[in-house]
Ligand binder design. Structure first.
Ligand code: AHR
Length: 502
């Protein structure tokens, strides 16, 4: 049986956990908004047309921040279309997803939904087809606590108090050939710096995210980050990372090791940001906003999911509705572990996305809403990971993968809440056999196990679906034992586990 031994000590810390690491993302894409969060005729719809069953699930998921309104969508978005009397709002073509945007749900409606789900708004500005002035106008509209035509317009549209949006993305994936208004690194770096300076002149309290590469596999990766930050380092707080993973050609072993790729990606971007900092002799540290991450069967999307035709612009089509398996959830769990292990530099992150579109929450029009398998590791990690991330010493058996060579069978992170004394251990077993784990934690004075949950199934491809929405759920792992400060547990094959101790 494979084995792993983990040693922790509260003296050795990675850093505090920023709640924004448990963020997510809603784009005007497919059925994320319409027939997702918003469905006025639904039996659970509230007075504003939002589905209460979805609100309840999003609250249970424990999402801190929600990035909005895109994604690729934002690069053609005119924000002023989405405010004011609903009957006057224009109907627009969304070129990113070849759909029709009715603007029925806009900034005010979405913000009121955020209050219901108790999440913070993270807005993206359009730097694809627009620029500094439109970004300033949106910021003035949302954040000005005073009088101006735009602030008055906001009040006339029903919101006197400013929205006070703190987190702002300067465009989206501007390196991507698919992006409306794609830019070179130099051109993007300049417009990002100019937009950031102008926005800060209006509201110095905002936090700004520059676009990093759309993925570590982009040909310009590395050079893009270096060039963008050479222009914008002093003006931004974060550089973004985006990464999606999928099982390719039935290679489950490599897929389960996806977090090895994410780990290297984060280290490379941190190194690049720090080298620009050194060249600039800057006091400031730029951190990472990992504002798109998930499992996404993107190669299938390329073939099957594309809408085409000059006369074919559907409203809220079914797009990117991946159905997630147990193996997918295990990978999502290990990606969260990786984000946490980099808590000193990854201080904001967004699971992409939230409802119906590559999402942990699915809905059926007029029907139920349910949790995908990926819901569970996110919800439980968001609930249990509190305080600080501890450094871990890990000795683990390894296995061979085609993509990443030799990889440890166990992925892990440990968090410690100094106030409550609670320790949470998150573990992934990548092996297709049971693995035993020991966590040497005698310096923490732990006396009991409060909770021990594992997500696994004899069928690693089992899923929750409309027909069988509760097929997969976490189960109690009663093998967990605590003796003389050492936690021991047996992990089922291909599984994700969370153990809370006091
Ligand atoms: O999340 C789906 C899409 O993936 C986003 O719109 C885009 O930013 C990324 O390519």
């Amino acid at each position: 049986m494979p084995r792993a031994r983990i040693t922790i000590n509260p003296q050795y810390q990675v850093g505090p956990i920023h709640r924004r690491i448990f963020g997510s993302f809603i784009e005007h894409l497919g059925r994320a908004v319409y027939d997702g969060i918003f469905e006025p005729g639904h039996p659970t719809a509230d007075a504003d047309g939002f589905r209460q069953d979805v609100i309840d699930l999003v609250r249970e998921l424990g999402v801190s921040t929600i990035r909005y309104p895109g994604g690729n969508f934002v690069s053609g978005f005119r924000w002023e279309d989405s405010v004011g009397p609903i009957e006057d709002r224009p109907v627009r073509l969304d070129l990113a997803w070849h759909s029709t945007e009715t603007n029925r749900v806009g900034l005010h409606e979405f913000s009121s939904w955020l209050e219901k789900v108790d999440s913070e708004l993270m807005l993206a500005v359009n730097l694809g087809t627009r620029g500094v002035q439109e970004a300033l106008d949106l910021l003035e509209y949302t954040n000005l606590n005073g009088q101006s035509t735009l602030a008055d317009q906001r009040a006339a549209n029903g919101r006197t108090k400013p929205y006070g949006v703190r987190m702002w993305c300067l465009g989206n994936e501007m390196d991507g050939p698919w992006q409306l208004g794609q830019l070179s690194a130099g051109d993007y770096g300049k417009i990002a710096a100019r937009t950031a300076k102008a926005m800060r002149q209006l509201d110095p309290t905002i936090e700004l995210v520059a676009c990093g590469s759309s993925g570590a596999n982009m040909p310009t990766f590395g050079d893009w980050e270096r060039t963008v930050l050479a222009h914008a380092y002093d003006d931004v707080d974060y550089i973004s990372c985006h990464a999606y993973y999928e099982e390719k050609d039935g290679d489950l072993g490599s897929f389960l090791a996806s977090s090895v790729n994410m780990d290297g990606f984060i280290s490379a971007v941190v190194a690049t940001a720090d080298s620009v900092r050194a060249e600039k002799r800057s006091e400031k540290q730029v951190n990472i906003s990992f504002d798109e991450w998930n499992v996404w069967y993107i190669s299938r999307y390329r073939d099957e999911d594309k809408i085409r035709g000059i006369d074919n612009w559907p409203v809220a089509p079914r797009l990117l509705e991946d159905k997630y398996s147990v193996a997918d959830a295990v990978v999502v769990g290990s990606l969260m572990i990786t984000l946490l292990r980099h808590a000193d530099r990854v201080t904001s992150a967004s699971l992409a996305q939230l409802v119906n579109v590559i999402a942990p929450v699915m809905t059926e029009p007029g029907g139920p809403a349910w949790r995908q398998t990926t819901f569970f590791p996110f919800a439980i990690t968001s609930r249990l990971a509190r305080g600080i991330v501890l450094e871990t010493r890990v000795q683990a058996d390894s296995y061979e993968t085609d993509e990443y060579g030799s990889v440890p069978v166990v992925d892990s992170v440990v968090t410690y809440d100094e106030e409550t004394g609670e320790v949470s251990v998150f573990l992934v077993n990548r092996a297709q056999a049971q693995t035993t784990v020991e966590v040497e934690a005698s310096t923490l004075g732990l006396t009991h196990i409060e909770e021990s949950l594992s997500l696994w199934d004899a069928d690693v491809y089992a899923k929750n679906t409309l027909a069988d929405p509760e097929r997969v759920a976490p189960r109690e792992n009663d093998s967990a034992m605590l003796a003389a400060g050492v936690l021991s547990v047996t992990l089922p094959p291909v599984s994700w586990t969370a153990i809370a101790l006091r």
